[in-house]
Design a protein around this ligand. Structure first.
Ligand SMILES: Cc1cc2nc3c(=O)[nH]c(=O)nc-3n(C[C@H](O)[C@H](O)[C@H](O)COP(=O)(O)OP(=O)(O)OC[C@H]3O[C@@H](n4cnc5c(N)ncnc54)[C@H](O)[C@@H]3O)c2cc1C
Length: 375
């Protein structure tokens, strides 16, 4: 491990314990390359977002939805460092960290996710991202509810994350006198999914008693009120932001080619368009054929990223990542139910939630210490 301010000459440097990198560690580790890899992430526990709503609703424990990165790395002989990158200099092949240390690399791969982007100038409320620390912020909400200080809670953002978080909070605070509202600028929730999924979500929200404030483009949060562009006001005790995701600011100074939104531009092989010894995957990557920022794509990119890192080391041609045109979305509902949406069709029920649980647990088992070798 590098001393403060000293550079270590690591072969493969993985930034971020995101959904793609955990698979890179597993695959390259199985090839016996672990000793050449260093993973850097700010915390040893990496959350799996698909199970966060279940955690909020009380169905999963902290360990159920977190991958222990230190244990995963130890299993495959990978060096794990618990800090975060705050500067990348690809011309010197060097990354600088919050603890003031540097690491130089032969190959760099970046899977650091995205950060919440709140409406301009707003600082109040709590954000779901970074998910790794949301458990602490949730504990704060618990205390406010217990003290009777939280009676009106607004979830801002009508995408999948917002809808799932609203349902999960409904379940968590059921019978505690907490009113939950879903707020957003769109006319309806989960607009990116099928019309049927949207209707099912609206029906479930009515059944759960979640108020929906559509066309509410939040411009201000002041004196316990959310204010919309058209002048509407909503009294709130607390706000949870699930609004769209932005890139980490330090990428702007890196010299890596970025898209207009500040995400790293990569080709079909997930390689940086400006620096061939840099790869990026997951939310932080901007693909030639873009898809929404969702974990399902980061997961699918993992095997391709591992393959291409390996191919680069042995001088072979890279393979392409081909994102799916249609993908399954499973939306958790209260009381052990869920909605499945794909190909413009949507269904809901308990069996969907059981199916989702099996998929999610299988994913987690792949990276748990007992099962990592076998999967
Ligand atoms: C409530 C909620 C529910 C969601 N549900 C779903 C779902 O059901 N299905 C779905 O497909 N998507 C879902 N998403 C979206 C999903 O969370 C993201 O798209 C996904 O996590 C992106 O994966 P990633 O690998 O890019 O990054 P992440 O999983 O965010 O991982 C990034 C990693 O990098 C680390 N890191 C961050 N900054 C640094 C740094 N500077 N240096 C080093 N390491 C760093 C982080 O600690 C983390 O370990 C949901 C999102 C939310 C908020």
């Amino acid at each position: 491990m590098a001393e403060i301010g000293e550079a270590a000459n690591d072969d493969i440097l993985l930034l971020g314990g995101g959904h793609a990198h955990v698979e890179v560690i597993r695959r390259l580790g199985q090839l016996g390359l672990g000793a050449r890899i260093t993973l850097v992430s700010p915390g040893r526990h990496a959350p799996y977002s698909g199970m966060l709503p279940g955690y909020i609703a009380g169905a999963y424990s902290f360990d159920d939805f977190h991958i222990d990165l230190a244990a995963l790395c130890a299993r495959f002989g990978v060096t794990f460092r618990e800090t975060s990158a705050n500067h990348i200099d690809p011309s010197r092949r060097l990354v600088r960290f919050a603890d003031q240390s540097d690491i130089t690399y032969r190959l760099l791969s970046i899977d650091i996710g995205s950060t919440p982007s709140l409406p301009n100038g707003i600082t109040g409320g709590i954000a779901v991202k970074p998910i790794a620390s949301f458990t602490d912020r949730l504990a704060r909400l618990d205390r406010l509810v217990a003290d009777g200080q939280l009676l009106r809670l607004a979830v801002v953002g009508q995408g999948l994350a917002g809808v799932e978080v609203a349902f999960a909070l409904r379940q968590r605070f059921a019978g505690r006198g907490v009113e939950i509202a879903l707020v957003g600028r769109a006319g309806e929730p989960v607009r990116e999914r099928s019309a049927l999924a949207c209707r099912l979500v609206l029906r479930e929200m009515r059944a759960a008693g979640i108020a929906h404030h559509s066309g509410f483009d939040v411009v201000e949060l002041r004196d316990g009120e959310l204010v919309s562009r058209d002048g509407r006001r909503l009294a709130v005790d607390e706000v949870v932001w699930t609004t769209s995701s932005g890139p980490q600011g330090f990428l702007r100074q890196s010299g890596l080619l970025l898209d207009a939104g500040g995400f790293i531009r990569v080709d079909e092989s997930l390689r940086s368009l400006s620096h061939p010894d840099v790869f990026a995957a997951g939310d932080v990557a901007s693909l030639p054929d873009p898809r929404p920022k969702a974990g399902v794509f980061a997961v699918r990119q993992g095997p391709v990223l591992a393959e291409n890192i390996h191919r680069t080391l042995i001088g072979k041609a890279l393979v392409d990542y081909r994102p799916q045109r249609s993908w399954l979305v499973l939306i958790s509902l209260p009381k052990g139910r869920a909605i499945a949406d794909k190909w413009g069709m949507a269904v809901s029920g308990r069996w969907v939630a059981r199916w989702k649980d099996r998929i999610d647990r299988r994913f987690m088992q792949r990276y748990s210490s007992e099962k990592a070798d076998e999967a």
